[in-house]
Ligand binder design. Structure first.
Ligand code: NAD
Length: 698
């Protein structure tokens, strides 16, 4: 995902500020703001925020923001958008955008007299409505017409519905129009010689119709399948409902992403679909004279780019910036285009392979994600899950275990390595103070075998090259790495990869390297990747033991003997921190305030040493307090982030004795010490969307 954001920024679709908001979750509505929007708020609810590239509408390129939880919708629109470009994209148009406010009058003395009185007073009523919103007139909008409808109620009663048609410019207009209706309702009742019953807008916004058209050049069988599906929807309201649901899949997702009232849109769309007295499909498909598939959607869309809750919801404002629309009517046209393409994608899937296959593939990806399948094996596990048809978390874990076993015991040789967490003392260690680090056991397994294809992240290609040169290997070997550690999360993944690969080569070639030799090669790999590494990561990766470190001219490493694996939960944030930048930042701040910084580092030093003693006697209460103090100090030197603070608070609220960021900060991970509360803390972090790990990956 970070790569996707960076690419959008590079292509100029996202500003640097918006890319930063997305990368750090800064666009998400705060609970405190949510509390001001509606009643009885207890939190904020998340949904996936995606984009569709390549949409060409009326000759202009768009990136469409979509917020939706259902798999395949974004993929469907994206493919359709790309395909539609071959024949010039989508043409969308709307001739007017008026919202009707209704004033219902009952108990009318003489209906005929009432209707003619309203007709005569039209100008007076429009002026009275416009007087309520002078700014709207300045913006070129305002009340335009007054229509009247005679209604027959039950019991032979009559009612008049006076429709005030208002050009609301870039606002959806519900509140604007309601205020106007309330203002003129008493006069309308007086003119009718009746009583006011209701005064509110209508959501059947058929004076804001948008029309979108598209053509596709398709294989004849698929084309005819789509036309047949369209004809069936025309004849069968049961099918038309699902057909229209497909259209709304696209439209609602854009509506939510841009802060629009999707219930209003839904109500209008379905009322319009049934306005002939029969529920009909809103999008229809036919074959053009030149044999192309021709699609057309007509739908009422009264949407806004201003007003509503946009001022409080930063995600809606971001959605609008991504859509890049200048006016509400342009947004309505973009929505109609998206709805038409989504309808096409659904019908094409139905007419060809069936819609379920696409759904299942995406479902398999979320199942694999929830089963904790590591990146290196992710695509393989998803492929097997989909092929097997049993798309369940237990099956994903079974496939993963089979693959990891193969990596350990299959042909070729395996090497293991540990990941690391810094429990206390990061940053201070750069200035000669102590740091306490623990291994994440069995975190990485590498396998090498002669021939075959490699399966490892492309980022470690240069590391594999260096190891081969160090070991003098010319022949082709495939290198496969299976890792429980996310990369660039402050958990020592790169050092663990290096150690595991060196050990696997050593086992395969019988070189007889001892741990010191393995460690030395891994340190060279770390230098290649990080410039001036401390040496802690490769040492822990090699020896897999808890250690108290101090960096003088050489790295002093004092192993600790622990009675048990400490009850630690690691939580991974959504942001990677660049160690080098963070260390540089601390350095320059220290140069400005050497006294303060050095005394903080001294405190961190004491925390690491006391922490090592507490750890050895499993005094987790004490150790947790030391971790909390250390986190406060790390915050003080400017390496924490709002996301890390949130994670630390979540862990503590779920019962952790201590929680702090680990590693360089600026993103990366947190560690929480959770005696008796491992499950609770893990569940709290996962419920908030953070991936977790424990200290022993076996
Ligand atoms: P709003 O009440 O926020 O009014 C829009 C504001 O934007 C006005 O103050 C207007 O002066 C200002 N504005 C600034 N620039 C403008 C421009 N270029 N064009 C037009 N106005 C501009 O919003 P609204 O659109 O009147 O109402 C929308 C809200 O009403 C939605 O949140 C919706 O959920 C809610 N609502 C809907 C219904 C319904 O659909 N039945 C009923 C009641 C309320």
């Amino acid at each position: 995902m970070p790569a996707r954001i960076a690419e959008l920024q590079r292509l100029g679709w996202l500003s640097e500020a918006d890319a930063g908001l997305l990368a750090h979750g800064g666009h998400v509505l705060l609970t405190s703001s949510a509390d001001k929007m509606i009643e009885n708020v207890v939190g904020v609810f998340g949904l996936p925020f995606a984009i569709v590239p390549n949409l060409l509408v009326n000759g202009r390129d768009y990136i469409v923001p979509m917020v939706v939880e259902e798999p395949s919708i974004v993929a469907g629109v994206s493919n359709a958008a790309k395909l539609s470009r071959e024949m010039g994209g989508i043409t969308a148009a709307s001739s007017e955008s008026l919202l009707a406010g209704q004033i219902h009058i009952t108990k009318i003395g003489n209906v005929e007299t009432a209707l003619s009185a309203l007709g005569e007073a039209q100008e007076e009523l429009l002026a009275a409505a416009n007087a309520v919103h002078p700014r709207l007139i300045e913006r070129g909008g305002g009340a335009r017409e007054l229509e009247t409808h005679l209604l027959e109620l039950s019991g032979e009663r009559a009612a008049i519905a006076a429709h005030l048609l208002v050009d609301t410019r870039d606002a959806m207009g519900a509140n604007l129009v309601n205020t106007m209706c309330e203002a003129i309702a008493p006069r309308v009742a007086e003119l009718c010689g009746g009583q006011v019953a209701l005064r509110i807008l209508s959501n059947l916004t058929d004076r804001s119709l948008v029309n979108a058209r598209v053509q596709f050049q398709l294989d004849e069988t698929v084309r005819d399948g789509i036309v047949l599906a369209s004809d069936i929807a025309q004849a069968d309201p049961y099918r038309a409902a699902t057909h229209n649901k497909g259209v709304m899949n696209g439209i609602d997702a854009v509506a939510i992403a841009t802060g629009n009232d999707w219930r209003a849109i839904e109500a209008g769309a379905h009322a319009f679909a049934a306005s002939s007295g029969r529920y009909l499909p809103m999008a229809t498909w036919s074959v053009s004279a030149d044999g192309a598939l021709r699609g057309e959607l007509t739908i009422p869309l009264k949407v806004g780019t201003v007003g509503g809750t946009r001022d409080v919801n930063p995600a809606a404002r971001l959605g609008l910036r991504i859509a890049g629309v200048e006016a509400a009517q342009e947004l309505a046209e973009l929505m109609a285009a998206t709805g038409l393409l989504q309808n096409f994608a659904a019908l094409r899937a139905l007419a060809t392979s069936g819609i379920q296959a696409g759904h299942m593939k995406l479902h398999a990806r979320s199942v694999a994600l929830s089963a904790g399948v590591p990146d290196a094996l992710f695509d393989e596990v998803v492929a097997e899950l989909t092929a097997g048809g049993e798309i369940k978390a237990w099956r994903a874990q079974e496939i993963l275990a089979e693959k990891q076993d193969k990596a350990r015991t299959g042909e070729g040789s395996a090497g293991h390595a540990a990941g690391k967490i810094i429990l206390l003392g990061e940053h201070a260690v750069v200035y000669g103070r102590h740091a306490l680090a623990l291994p994440v056991s069995n975190a990485v397994v590498a396998t090498v075998s002669a021939g075959g294809a490699s399966l490892h992240p492309p980022e470690i290609e240069s590391m594999v090259g260096l190891i081969r040169r160090e070991l003098g290997i010319d022949e082709h070997y495939s290198v496969t790495v299976s890792s429980a550690l996310p990369i660039a999360m402050g958990l020592g993944a790169s050092a663990a990869f290096a150690v595991a690969i060196v050990r696997a080569f050593d086992a395969e070639l019988g070189k007889g390297l001892d741990d010191a030799a393995v460690n030395a090669i891994a340190f060279k790999c770390e230098r290649l990747a990080h410039g001036t590494p401390s040496g802690i990561d490769n040492t822990i990766a090699t020896f897999g033991q808890s250690m108290l470190f101090r960096r003088g001219d050489v790295l002093e490493a004092n192993p600790l003997n622990l009675n048990e694996v400490p009850p630690i939960v690691i939580g991974c944030s959504h942001t990677t921190g660049l160690t080098r930048d963070l260390v540089d930042g601390v350095r320059s701040r220290r140069e400005r305030n050497p006294g303060h910084y050095d005394s903080i580092f001294d405190q961190m030093d004491a925390l690491s040493r006391e922490g090592a003693q507490a750890l050895q006697v499993s005094d987790y209460g004490k150790l947790g307090e030391l971790m909390n103090v250390n986190h406060g100090l790390l915050n003080a030197i400017g390496v924490s982030t709002p996301e890390l603070e949130n994670m630390v608070s979540l862990a503590r609220a779920a019962g952790a004795a201590g929680a702090k960021l680990t590693g360089a900060g600026g993103g990366g991970s947190i560690v929480a010490l959770c005696p008796g509360k491992v499950e609770q803390v893990r569940a709290a972090l996962e419920a908030a969307g953070f991936r977790t790990l424990e200290l022993d990956q076996e």
